[in-house]
Design a protein around this ligand. Structure first.
Ligand code: ADP
Ligand code: MG
Length: 712
């Protein structure tokens, strides 16, 4: 038993917690069930004693023998040297730190059990700092778990806590559900049995089935987790189904003559566009329009590759909303992106008589007040901005549709806040989320039980695919020559420097240096002062006004090269940019690289993306870095890239909150567990309908406080 009962940890004041208790909190381990679900990273086999003559170098072995020598060597580095003889061979135990009490335990003649990695060498078999105790104690019957831990939390303490958690948690299977936990007519393992096995596996288990999580105990756990996800999403869907949302259908005003009634706003917007919608855009527009006409809140994810034309779809959705006499809000994760949306939307909608306003954190107080007044009075039909749009002070007259661009960048809390913006508590706004980091369609459809998914799977016509090259940074000169060529043709160039997470300062230096270098060489290239050769710098810590000024120069074509950190990652649209150089491309994630590449190839000109890699001091690139760069060379298709990403990184990471903001799977793996996912999809509705209380219990057990978030 640990000193403080588990369920008291939460209640006691933080300063009264011991270091290990604090560490447990840090790991999110509070309730018995949290401990029960804290699964080992790996296992150690302490179930048997081996003979030294059977041990191979590099093995981790447990031996028992008699101490035949024990001395402290003073020459060189002070160390304790103990020789252990088990009758088959001898082994030297070496300790660089040791206490007198340990010396006593290890005195000549004592029988010792010692466990550690065995190395060979000049002195024969050796163990460095092995774990040891007096020989002859009982041997464990199961493998010993090694848990993920943090500083200040010893394994032994954690092991005891987990053991307690397992004893206290309610892990009994409800008898009513027994025949639901079956796959292909075969019953799954029980939950308690599965957890006990995963914490304390029998020594004869095929370890590989634990590692690849194919063991029946793992199957049961993953099935449970997926079921919880499906249940909570289904529940959210049901909850929403009884909520009301404004019906967004064009108001048909019949004038006396019946002739001068204006065309609906979406139609007018469509005819004002300089292009025709693609087939895919038309399809997703129809899906959205269909949802908006219904009196329940839409909850739709619009996914489409970078450049597939999601903005115009958003504009059409907004037009439907405003045509019905309601307000619409569009939010983007960064100010640059929000401003770009704003400009585009204003150019489309203002000529049609729609008042579009702009709201950000950096606005002057006076301007902001004016905007807020326009929003409150309903004069502003469309509000575009960053998170500022959902701050408390912003009161809408009648918000009916919220559009969120790049939803994975939007915190869950913000999405929740948005819901409270309708004013009328009996109704909820419709929600359209847009993302350019798609997950494969079939996955999306089956996983997001709570989302409807619309997919734009076609690019607007007239694009020439971006050619991707991978070059070593020793060939920087060639890259610069390419830039010159582009500039000479009147094209523009992006140069992206990596984000170095540990050090923003380094990051900045990198971008600043590159900027200085490019400014110098490119100025030298063109003797006459040529505005197009101007090299600009953009990074996240610049004041907003400066950022905007730089962005404006680049957008308007007055700046030839834009050196930036990853602030341009999402959504910037400058069709004249035809070359994208990404420095230290090996440091970027695959979807990020693809997003960046999507900044070029937006006009008719043939465009290229040059991925410059550096191996630094290492002899070569890591395998995953190479796989990413290779995927970039071989494919331009966001869905294919997403699939490769899944392969390279493994879906745990892929589906992590960083990516989608929605999925929080710990155990299951969507790529390999499709059978279990199908099972969960089938069982969830049954469970919810027949045993709502048990369903709730299951959700609570698995998601605890997280369930609210998953629904958002
Ligand atoms: P994303 O899906 O990445 O947000 P955007 O909405 O920024 O893409 O669209 C990329 C570019 O393609 C924009 O310049 C946009 O005006 C243009 N575009 C969108 N739809 C079409 C279309 N059907 N035909 C031609 N150009 C289009
Ligand atoms: Mg976009």
């Amino acid at each position: 038993m640990i000193a403080v009962p588990l369920n008291n940890i939460q209640a006691s004041k933080p300063q009264l917690l011991s270091a290990p208790q604090k560490a447990l909190r840090k790991l999110g381990l509070l309730h018995p069930i949290d401990f029960a679900l804290h699964l080992p990273l790996r296992y150690e086999d302490e179930t048997s004693i081996v003979l030294l003559r059977d041990v191979h170098e590099g093995d981790t072995a447990q031996i028992e023998g008699v101490v035949t020598a024990c001395e402290v060597r003073q020459s060189g580095q002070r160390q304790l040297l103990v020789t252990l003889d088990d009758g088959s061979d001898t082994c030297l135990l070496r300790f660089f730190t040791f206490y007198p009490s340990q010396q006593k335990t290890l005195a000549v003649g004592k029988r010792i059990r010692s466990r550690g990695e065995v190395r060979g060498g000049f002195l024969g078999l050796t163990m460095m700092h092995p774990a040891f105790q007096a020989a002859g104690g009982p041997l464990p019957v199961a493998l010993t778990p090694v848990y993920p831990t943090v500083a200040g939390l010893p394994q032994a303490y954690l092991r005891r806590s987990v053991q307690n958690g397992l004893a206290q948690a309610n892990l009994a299977d409800a008898t009513e559900l027994e025949n639901l936990y079956q796959i292909d007519q075969r019953p799954m393992w029980a939950l308690r049995e599965s957890l006990l096995f995963l914490h304390y596996p029998a020594p004869d288990v095929a370890l590989v089935t634990l590692e690849d999580r194919s063991h029946p105990a793992w199957q049961r756990l993953k099935a449970e987790e997926l079921l919880a996800q499906q249940l909570s999403q289904l529940q959210a869907r049901h909850e929403r189904a009884v909520l009301k949302a404004p019906v967004l259908k064009a108001i048909v005003v019949k004038s006396a003559g019946g002739l001068d009634s204006p065309l609906p706003l979406p139609q007018r917007l469509l005819s004002a566009l300089s292009f025709e919608l693609t087939q895919a855009q038309r399809r997703v527009c129809a899906e959205i329009a269909h949802d908006l006409k219904r009196p329940v809140p839409m909850h739709r994810l619009l996914q489409g590759d970078v450049g597939s034309g999601k903005t115009v779809v958003a504009a059409l959705a907004a037009a439907i909303c405003m045509d019905a006499g309601w307000q619409c809000a569009l939010m983007a994760p960064t100010e640059i992106l929000a401003e770009q949306h704003f400009r585009k939307l204003i150019s489309w909608l203002e000529p049609l008589g729609i008042r579009t306003v702009w709201l950000t954190g950096s606005q002057k107080a006076k301007e902001r007040r004016e905007m807020l007044a326009l929003i409150a009075s309903g004069e502003a039909g469309l509000v575009v901005g960053t998170h500022a749009v959902i701050q408390d002070k912003v009161v809408f007259k009648n918000l009916a549709l919220a559009i969120i661009d790049e939803q994975h960048r939007f915190g869950v809390a913000q999405r929740l806040a948005l819901r409270s913006k309708l004013g009328d508590v009996s109704q909820e706004p419709h929600l359209l989320m847009m993302t350019a980091t798609p997950i494969p369609r079939t996955l999306a459809m089956s996983y997001y039980a709570d989302l409807d998914v619309s997919t734009i799977d076609e690019m607007p016509p007239g694009r020439t695919p971006v050619v991707t090259k991978v070059v070593s940074d020793t060939r920087r000169d060639e890259v610069i020559a390419r830039i010159r060529l582009q500039l000479a043709q009147g094209r523009q160039v992006y140069w992206v420097c990596p984000l170095i997470e540990e050090s923003e300062a380094l990051d900045l230096r990198n971008a600043t240096e590159t900027h200085a270098q490019l400014s110098m060489v490119l100025r030298g290239a063109q003797a006459q002062v040529d505005a197009s050769a101007t090299v600009g710098l953009l990074h996240s810590r610049m004041p907003t006004a400066e950022k905007k000024a730089v962005m404006n120069l680049f957008t308007s074509g007055q700046m030839g090269v834009l050196v930036s950190t990853t602030v341009i990652e999402v959504g910037v649209d400058v069709p004249n940019a035809a070359l994208m150089v990404i420095e230290h491309a090996e440091r970027f994630g695959l979807s990020q690289l693809h997003q960046l590449r999507g900044r070029v190839g937006r006009g008719a000109a043939a465009s290229a993306c040059v991925l410059v890699y550096s191996t630094g001091d290492a002899p070569r690139l890591s395998e995953t870095a190479r796989a990413r760069l290779k995927a970039m060379m071989e494919s331009n298709d966001g869905f294919e890239i997403a699939r490769r990403d899944l392969e390279i990184r493994g879906p745990g990471e892929f589906m992590g909150s960083r990516q989608s903001g929605a999925a929080l799977l710990r155990f299951a793996d969507l790529a390999t567990d499709s059978v279990l996912l199908e099972w969960a999809r089938r069982v969830a509705p049954l469970l919810l309908e027949r045993y709502p209380a048990l369903a709730q219990q299951h959700i609570d057990r698995w998601l605890g406080g997280k369930a609210e978030y998953l629904k958002a």
